[in-house]
Design a protein around this ligand. Structure first.
Ligand code: FAD
Length: 441
């Protein structure tokens, strides 16, 4: 196994996982410590490009072309004074302070890069999460998932293939049954995007499946959709989805999935040409096997400083961590697995690790819930804003959509700065005038 030497005369900060949180942290630390040669910052990611995960449902439906929004890690590293190392972390040796990276193979299984070890002084783990299929029989073989760009593109290609097949058959009464398992934010937003895609595909001439024959069923185990959000948001979204023709089933746990249907515990059978799993999350399995405290969904348990409970030199944040904070009123909250939380934790760590590198103590994380926003494609957006001025205010329509989009623009601003984010916004507006509303291939 090769040892990848990163500059060992400086304090070595290694960040594993360049997602919503990790890439922001690497960029912020690169621009401060890396640029001034105060520490060596290395980002490791299993992928070569970054794509902001909350946009995946738009890629799945074809509303967004992922290639236009992906960011090359090598370029971002060069521009922001950090190193990028492609590789998938598989193990950790706390005594020698090294992590192990799996070999990199090409599409035919040939080894391109051998397995490596990488030394750190401070390690930050931000490897995110994937959907949790709770070992439901048939799920791995018969469901599509929405955890990364490849999976989102697979959903889109499968959707288009159904349309091409129907078109070639000449049957203009063809039906397409789509079942989405899980009515959290991901499932709900995906349902609305797929409904929009059905309208757009017919508009562009793939009209053998008419929009009214695309039957979308959203299945949720809890008594209401969006179970983590306030009731008024959930019921407003419920009504709007029903208006779009989405069938909603609550208090239904899926127990089996077949290639053309799924079955719930109450023995209800739902026809499904396309089953998409969007319920629950779990952290990558390898985390649960590391010599660190983890919970039943493999998340690393961290203290308010975001340090793991058993090792002061190892931090974890974002979806792959479990962080419980005690509030001033004595109540405790567990930080939710959301981009908003990963963003706030990255900002805290960017300040805190500067102190650590200078030999001081890390800072404590405090979480500010700014509310939740749900986008229903081009039809609407619903949510609540929470702040000192607004209190807990429900928002709908264009205003809600504006705040929804601002979360991505905040991510871009952290990565590119205000001027380049402005240029990207302009590019997005202009490119809309030169391409179809939906990716059709
Ligand atoms: C469809 C969808 C819609 C969503 N919408 C919203 C929303 O509207 N608002 C919101 O707040 N949240 C939303 N979320 C949740 C949000 O995307 C996550 O909370 C957020 O991305 C978590 O950030 P993270 O940095 O922890 O992990 P991620 O962004 O998932 O990044 C993890 C990174 O780690 C890398 N990685 C994984 N394993 C390894 C390994 N072993 N070695 C090296 N690298 C590894 C991955 O390649 C990835 O780059 C949505 C999620 C989905 C799937």
């Amino acid at each position: 196994m090769n040892n990848v030497n990163n500059n060992d005369s400086l304090h070595r900060v290694v960040i594993v996982g360049g997602g919503a949180g990790g890439l922001e942290l690497a960029t912020l630390l690169g621009k401060s410590l890396g640029k001034r040669n105060k520490a060596s910052i290395t980002l490791v990611d299993a992928q070569r490009t970054h794509f902001w995960k909350p946009l995946l449902h738009e890629v799945a439906a074809g509303a967004l072309n992922a290639f236009e929004d992906e960011l090359c890690y090598l370029a971002q590293a060069k521009w922001n004074h950090f190193h990028f190392l492609p590789g998938r972390m598989t193990n950790l040796d706390r005594d020698s302070k090294t992590i192990e990276l799996a070999p990199i193979c090409d599409d035919y299984g040939n080894e391109v890069v051998t397995s490596r070890t990488l030394e750190y002084d401070t390690l930050v783990i931000s490897v995110g999460s994937t959907a949790n299929d709770f070992d439901t029989p048939g799920a791995p073989e018969n469901c599509l998932f929405l955890d990364n760009r490849e999976q989102a593109e697979r959903i889109h290609t499968t959707l288009i293939n159904h349309y091409l097949h129907a078109q070639a058959s000449g049957n203009h009464q063809s039906e397409l049954n789509i079942a989405i398992i899980g009515a959290g934010a991901t499932g709900v937003e995906l349902a609305a995007e797929l409904h929009n895609a059905a309208i757009e595909l017919a508009h562009y001439g793939l009209d053998a499946i008419s929009p009214k024959n695309v039957k979308i069923t959203l299945i949720e185990g809890a008594p209401k959709i969006l179970p983590a959000l306030p009731g008024r948001i959930s019921s407003s979204v419920h009504k709007q989805l029903e208006k779009l023709g989405v069938t909603i089933m609550t208090e239904q746990l899926v127990s089996e999935i077949h290639s053309d249907s799924l079955v719930t515990r109450s023995k209800t059978v739902v026809k499904a040409d396309l089953s998409i799993w969007a319920a629950g999350i779990k952290a990558p399995v390898f985390l649960g096997k590391l010599p660190l405290e983890s919970n039943r969904i493999n998340q690393l348990v961290v203290r308010p400083t975001l340090q793991t409970t058993q090792d002061d030199h190892i931090y974890a944040f974002g979806d792959c961590s479990s962080c419980t904070l005690t509030l001033k009123n004595g109540k405790s909250i567990t930080i939710p697995p959301r981009a908003q939380a990963a963003h706030q934790q990255a900002s805290l760590l960017a300040k805190s690790l500067k102190k650590v590198v200078a030999g001081n103590k890390p800072m404590n994380f405090t979480y500010k819930d700014y509310g939740s926003l749900i986008s229903l494609s081009r039809f609407s957006a619903v949510g609540n804003l929470m702040g000192a001025v607004t209190g807990d205010m429900m928002v709908e329509g264009a205003l809600a959509k504006l705040f929804y989009i601002s979360l991505y623009r905040m991510h871009q601003t952290t990565l590119f700065g205000k001027v380049r984010t402005g240029a990207l916004m302009l590019k997005d507006v202009l490119s809309k005038t030169t391409r179809p509303h939906l990716k059709l291939h």
